[in-house]
Every structure is written in structure tokens, then in C-alpha cells.
Design a protein around this ligand. Structure first.
Ligand SMILES: Cc1cc2nc3c(=O)[nH]c(=O)nc-3n(C[C@H](O)[C@H](O)[C@H](O)COP(=O)(O)OP(=O)(O)OC[C@H]3O[C@@H](n4cnc5c(N)ncnc54)[C@H](O)[C@@H]3O)c2cc1C
Length: 531
């Protein structure tokens, strides 16, 4: 690839190993880029974006796809053009304040966590991949995790963003009041144009946009147009649109992240379910006691953990529960946390197929957490000739729908005889990570991907759920967005992309399908890993 006319302080690589490693994330896809660019600072990103914009008339397929740690499960950071990798240089925490931190996108969460913990603070929407992912991915995927049940998703914590837009300039975004919005709209530059056009789009379609918001506690699907303009508060906040947009509207150079003080006391209740029938009722019962976290993993996950995690090995292999539920009660008042745990425990005694166990020892508690957090990673590394195949990996419905949803989901998957899969996730949010294991040489397995996606997403849509709570759309789910959103909303997503990125410079094919002869689904399926 020829970068004539582009000079940056960082590095440009066409090294074989760099290209190969950036061809993969944690999804089922492999897409080989043409180059990897490592920006030294945000002015390098500006130069690259301007340069790509200038080349577009002669090289229309040239584009820029931002990448943090590459643990995305959707193909979000994959591209056939230029990958912009931020972990090499843009990996600094700029400032930690009383309740916030300003971070660059390439900071690994594990480093961010340590730094803010020194000030007694926590970013509570960290994902289970917290040891391997980075802040750019967390923000741009709107990630969630075990504490999202009580603290909400990443979108709640992003207070400001510095973004490089498609004109190749960096701008600062934050919540604006009416006066500030009017002042932005009157600007004679690209930022002013974007504010005018987006305001107009939301204003004209306010009612259908508001109605399109899925009825779930977490959502990563589509552009969250309904979150931008809060009429009652009189605020207009463009960061609400960038969060979770997978780098399709601009590149994040910096973000200001709100932080919380963790609660002092934590009490853990474990529940073992012999069968899944009472799960829906059980979840809704326990939610009344306001747990901070309410997670789960199934018997398949437990079997793999017993085999591959040395610290778990002493658990008995027989008499395996079908599902293990971890319920955490926290408070600054120890007696309050304990009494809610005891009340929840007493309330679930009536379920004959449920056994409960209170954890009194920190090391024991850690064993349950390790299995839950490592469930997908363990599988990725120990699947043998098979691959983990995240494609129906992140469905969510309203918890009250669980009693109807789970049997139907199970019925759909069980039509595929011989398909092994694990289930883990966020029981309290009714958000389940279903991960099949597949041999991609087997044509039947490859065929099952679109077939099962179609059926499962129809089911989710019929219950007004979301096809992705936190993992996002990427290559795997962009083709299915019309299952969740009306044609009018899909058209508004397209217009939103055009407002920010008229030349399609940023991460093409994600959120809004690329136009061309190949459909988004065919494109995705043609890039499923072959080896
Ligand atoms: C074992 C495992 C467990 C997981 N558990 C969870 C979980 O519990 N919850 C959850 O939500 N996710 C989970 N994930 C998915 C993934 O780890 C998260 O989405 C994570 O936040 C992605 O971070 P990353 O740094 O790897 O981002 P990447 O994969 O590098 O990128 C993610 C997306 O963000 C975009 N992006 C990255 N940087 C920028 C930038 N500077 N500007 C604009 N766009 C950018 C990319 O283009 C891409 O679309 C898990 C993944 C694995 C492998």
C-alpha cells in the first residue's frame, strides 16, 4: 500500500505479522487489512483522516478502522483497509479527579482500574474481559459487565469525548444546554454543520426515535439517537451517539469517564439450579432485594472450568447443577447487605430445585467469580479443533419475559442436534451469552450461523428485546438490525452516518451496511474463519 503524501510522527506498518494479528478479534471472522497505523498523538489521526479523505476520489475503498485491544466479539475492529491501533502510543491516563478520569483510548482497563483504585474509585461498567480489553473498545462498544445491573452501562459514565471527525479535525463533545447548542449550530465549520443536521434529524423524527428505544436495561444495537436530546432536561449530548458507535462516526482521541466509590461491604449468595424451569420466576424474586450483581454460568462452563482451571479442580464433578447463579449484595452498612442476602435466601427456599449457599470466605468467592469472568476465554483457549462461535452471544429481554423467553430459546437451539454450547451471563438483566462450539470445516455448522441467528433474533424482536445488550453489532449483527428497528429508523441510522461521515471513511459496513453488490450478510459469511 502506498502512503505517498502522508507524514506522521507514529508508525505505519505493512509487516506480515502485524497484518495477520490485526486480521482477528474474538469474533468468528478473519479480515486482512492492508496496513496498520500507530498514531503517536491525535494530530497523527487528524493527518491520516484528512489524507484518506483526499484519496477517496481515486481510492473509494480506503477507510480507517480504530482498534484498541481487539477483543471485540463482532468483527467491529476488522477491516480490509487501514487499522488505526491506539494501544502502542495512545495509552496514557491524562488525569484522575475526584470522581472522573481522562483517558486515551489505548489504555488497558487493567491499568486504568489500578490507577483509579489508588484514589478509591471504580469504573463500574467494566466487562468480563477486563484483563485484556482497553478503554477505546469499552467506550465505543458501550460495554457492560457484572455491575451493570445496578450501575448501568458505559454510556452512563462518558462525560466528554475528544473526537476526530471526517473533516480530519479534532473536536470536543459534551452535554450542552440550549444556549450552548444554539451557539454550536451557528458555527460556520463542519462541527456546526453536524450539530445543525443532527438536531434537525432528531427534531423532525422525535416521536418515532423515542419509541424505537428497546425495552431492556442494556442495549448496544444501532445508533442510540433517543439518548441525544433530553427535552425535559434541556440538554443535547453528542457523546451519547458516539458511545457504542464502533468508530463509525469518528475516532475517539480521549474520553472523560465518570467514576464511583465502590460500596464497603459485599456478601455473596450462590444458588444451584437443578433445572432451568424456575429461572424466570427466581430472577424476578431475587431482583426485589436489589442485588448489585446477579450473574450465572451453566453446567458446560462448570465442566470446562473443572478441567482447565487448577483452582477449581477440587469441585466434585458429579451431581452437577444445570445453572450456578452468583448474587452479590453490597452496602456501606454491613448489616444491610447481610439482611438483604438472608431475606432473598429465605424467599427462594420455596423453589424445590434450588439449593443456596452463603459464601463466607473471600477465596471461595473468587473461585465463583473466576469461572464466570473466564467462561468465554477458557472456551476460546480450550475448544480443541473447534472454535468458539459468538453469533447469538448477547441477547437480552425484559426480566419479566424470561419465563416465556428461555424455553423458546432452548427449543430453537436444541433443533441443532450435536451443537454444544455454553451459557453464561447476566441473569439479573436477562442478558445471556450463548456460545456454541463449531468446526468451521463442517458445512452444516456454517449453515447454522445465519439460520439460527434469524430464528433467535425473530424471537428476541417479538419480545421487544435487543439482539445485543453489550457486545454490539459489528459484522455479525449489522445485517440483523432491521429485525429490531423499523425501516424508518434504519433510514435514520443511514442518514446519521451520512451526516458525520459522508465519504464513508470510518469503519465501513458496521452499523450501516456498505452499499454494493454483496449484502452485509453475504460479506460477513464469506469472512468466517476458514482454518
Ligand atoms: C473473554 C471475553 C469476555 C468478554 N466479556 C465481555 C463482557 O462481559 N461485556 C462486554 O460488553 N463485552 C465483553 N467482551 C467483548 C469485548 O471484550 C468488549 O467489547 C471490549 O470492551 C472491547 O475492548 P477492546 O479494547 O478489545 O476493543 P476493540 O476490539 O479493539 O474495539 C471494539 C470496537 O471499538 C472501536 N474502537 C476502538 N477504539 C476506538 C477509538 N479510539 N475510536 C473509535 N472507535 C474505536 C473498534 O473499531 C471496534 O468497533 C468480551 C470479550 C472477550 C474476548
Amino acid at each position: 500500500m502506498n502512503f505517498d503524501g502522508l507524514t506522521i510522527a507514529g508508525d505505519i506498518s505493512v509487516d506480515e505479522q502485524d497484518l495477520a494479528s490485526r486480521s482477528r478479534d474474538a469474533s468468528i471472522f478473519s479480515v486482512r487489512p492492508q496496513a496498520v497505523v500507530y498514531p503517536k498523538d491525535s494530530s497523527d489521526i487528524e493527518k491520516l483522516v484528512k489524507w484518506v479523505g483526499e484519496q477517496k476520489s481515486t481510492h473509494p475503498k480506503l477507510s480507517v478502522t480504530a482498534r484498541a485491544a481487539g477483543t471485540d466479539m463482532t468483527g467491529g475492529p476488522l477491516s480490509e483497509s487501514i487499522i488505526l491501533d491506539t494501544t502502542k502510543y495512545l495509552n496514557h491516563i491524562i488525569e484522575v479527579g475526584g470522581d472522573y478520569a481522562i483517558t486515551q483510548p489505548g489504555v488497558y482497563y487493567r491499568d486504568f482500574e489500578k490507577t483509579v483504585a489508588e484514589k478509591g474509585l471504580l469504573f463500574p461498567s467494566y466487562p468480563a474481559s477486563k484483563e485484556i480489553c482497553a478503554m477505546g473498545g469499552i467506550v465505543n462498544n458501550n460495554s457492560g459487565g457484572e455491575k451493570t445491573l445496578s450501575y448501568g452501562q458505559t454510556e452512563r459514565y462518558v462525560r466528554g469525548m475528544r473526537m476526530i471527525l471526517s473533516d480530519g479535525n479534532e473536536y470536543e463533545f459534551k452535554s450542552l444546554n440550549t444556549q450552548e447548542l444554539e451557539s454550536k449550530k451557528s458555527q460556520e465549520n463542519f462541527e456546526g454543520q453536524v450539530y445543525r443536521e443532527l438536531y434537525d434529524l432528531i427534531n423532525r423524527h422525535y416521536d418515532i426515535i423515542t419509541k424505537a428505544k428497546p425495552d431492556v436495561s442494556k442495549n448496544s444495537a444501532g445508533y442510540y439517537l433517543w439518548n441525544v436530546w433530553d427535552k425535559s432536561a434541556g440538554t443535547f449530548d453528542m457523546t451519547k451517539l458516539f458511545v457504542g458507535a464502533q468508530g463509525t462516526l469518528g475516532i475517539m482521541a480521549q474520553a472523560t469517564i465518570g467514576l464511583v466509590k465502590p460500596k464497603k461491604y459485599s456478601k455473596l449468595l450462590i444458588m444451584f439450579l437443578k433445572n432451568l424451569a424456575p429461572l424466570g420466576e427466581l430472577v424476578n424474586k431475587v431482583l426485589k432485594y436489589k442485588p448489585e450483581t446477579f450473574e450465572c454460568y451453566d453446567d458446560q462452563t462448570l465442566k470446562i472450568a473443572i478441567e482447565f482451571l487448577p483452582q477449581i479442580a477440587q469441585q466434585p464433578k458429579d451431581d452437577m447443577p444445570k445453572l450456578v447463579l452468583i448474587v452479590e449484595f453490597t452496602s456501606d452498612d454491613e448489616a444491610d447487605a447481610s439482611s438483604r442476602l438472608e431475606a432473598a435466601k429465605a424467599d427462594v427456599q420455596k423453589f424445590k430445585m434450588v439449593q443456596t449457599h452463603t459464601v463466607h470466605d473471600v477465596a471461595e468467592g473468587e473461585r465463583y467469580w473466576t469461572i464466570r469472568r473466564e467462561s468465554f476465554n477458557m472456551l476460546r483457549h480450550h475448544a480443541g479443533v473447534k472454535h468458539t462461535a459468538p453469533f447469538i452471544d448477547d441477547v437480552i429481554v425484559h426480566p419479566l419475559q424470561l419465563p416465556q423467553f428461555l424455553p423458546k430459546l432452548n427449543e430453537l437451539i436444541s433443533q441443532y442436534k450435536g451443537l454444544t454450547y455454553t451459557v453464561a451471563g447476566h441473569a439479573g438483566d436477562a442478558n445471556f451469552h450463548v456460545i456454541p462450539l463449531m468446526d468451521f470445516h463442517d458445512e452444516a455448522n456454517r449453515k447454522a450461523i445465519p439460520e439460527l441467528s434469524e430464528k433467535v433474533y425473530d424471537l428476541v424482536a417479538s419480545m421487544h428485546g435487543s439482539i445485543t445488550a453489550e457486545h454490539n453489532d459489528g459484522l455479525i449483527r449489522t445485517p440483523y438490525l432491521p429485525k429490531m428497528y423499523s425501516p424508518e429508523i434504519i433510514e435514520l441510522f443511514k442518514k446519521t452516518k451520512e451526516i458525520f461521515d459522508p465519504q464513508n471513511i470510518f469503519n465501513p459496513g458496521k452499523k450501516v451496511p456498505s452499499t454494493g453488490s454483496v449484502s452485509a450478510l453475504d460479506y460477513a459469511l464469506s469472512h468466517v474463519i476458514k482454518e
